[in-house]
Design a protein around this ligand. Structure first.
Ligand code: PGA
Length: 256
């Protein structure tokens, strides 16, 4: 009998790195290769602490002349309701600060759901249409919430959901309050790509670092596919990879 522990999940979907820097370089390389092969690639982008080192590496490689972003199109996962693009805590501002202002992607090629709108239903429909008319997302970057959310698809989000207005979970408001003066300032609603929107991307890369993400990663990769853990829907995608550090991989099960 072979006593080597064997993972009870699809290990081909996991890449475990020693540190955030190595993982982020790996992801940046993948993006640069894609854009090299397809200069008009459509990229799905994410905000939060997790992708910052990827964006730093993309900027470094852009400045080194390794990549040209002038023909790409981008779609971000989500935005807070009530925050205009000028608001410093908006995801639009985050993207300008951490990526867009430092590279040559034209403004009109970048798309972030509108946080201020008269009619969120038609805003959401328009966002979905823009993704479709761009040819669909080639490559989508994702983070994961401690509660398993992707984008702002909180636990309970159906697999067939499209871009829509959502209520933020209490734990998300708490986690994101670090970016605001007080938890009371964190918006209670957001507009987010849905799970079905995300699953339509040709490739998905979900990144997670640190022990706080370990349970969410174990549930997403090795648990049942369920709205209780929105990231678990990635198990249904033929080309989704989870890129984690050792701490985030620590709760993954093994079987003798
Ligand atoms: P984080 O957020 O990258 O700041 O941890 C991830 C998320 O909530 O999706």
């Amino acid at each position: 009998m072979n006593s080597t522990p064997r993972p009870s999940f699809d290990a081909k979907r996991m890449l475990v790195f020693d540190d955030i820097q190595q993982a982020s370089h790996h992801v940046a390389d993948e993006i640069i290769q894609l854009v090299g092969a397809k200069p008009s690639a459509v990229l799905g982008l994410a905000t939060g602490s997790t992708p910052i080192a990827v964006y730093e590496e993309l900027i470094r490689r852009y400045r080194a002349g390794d990549v040209d972003f002038s023909k790409i199109t981008t779609f971000n996962l989500d935005e807070y309701v009530g925050l205009s693009p000028e608001h410093p805590q908006s995801f639009a501002a985050f993207m300008r600060t951490h990526l867009f202002d430092a590279i040559d992607v034209p403004d009109h090629h970048t798309h972030i759901p509108a946080g201020v709108a008269n009619d969120f239903l038609s805003t959401a429909e328009l966002f979905e249409k823009k993704i479709q008319t761009s040819g669909g997302i080639d490559w989508q970057l994702l983070g994961i919430g401690d509660n398993g959310h992707i984008g702002f698809n909180e636990p309970g989000s159906p697999g067939e959901s499209g871009t829509r207005l959502v209520e933020l979970a209490d734990e998300t408001i708490e986690a994101n309050s670090r970016f605001f003066d007080s938890p009371d300032d964190v918006p209670r609603q957001a507009i987010t790509m849905g799970i079905a929107t995300i699953l339509k991307a040709k490739r998905l890369v979900l990144m997670a670092f640190g022990a706080a993400k370990a349970q969410a990663i174990a549930d997403a990769v090795a648990g049942p596919v369920t709205p209780d853990c929105p990231a678990s829907f990635l198990q249904r995608h033929p080309n989704a990879t989870f890129i984690v550090d050792r701490a985030a991989a620590a709760a993954l099960p093994t079987e003798a």
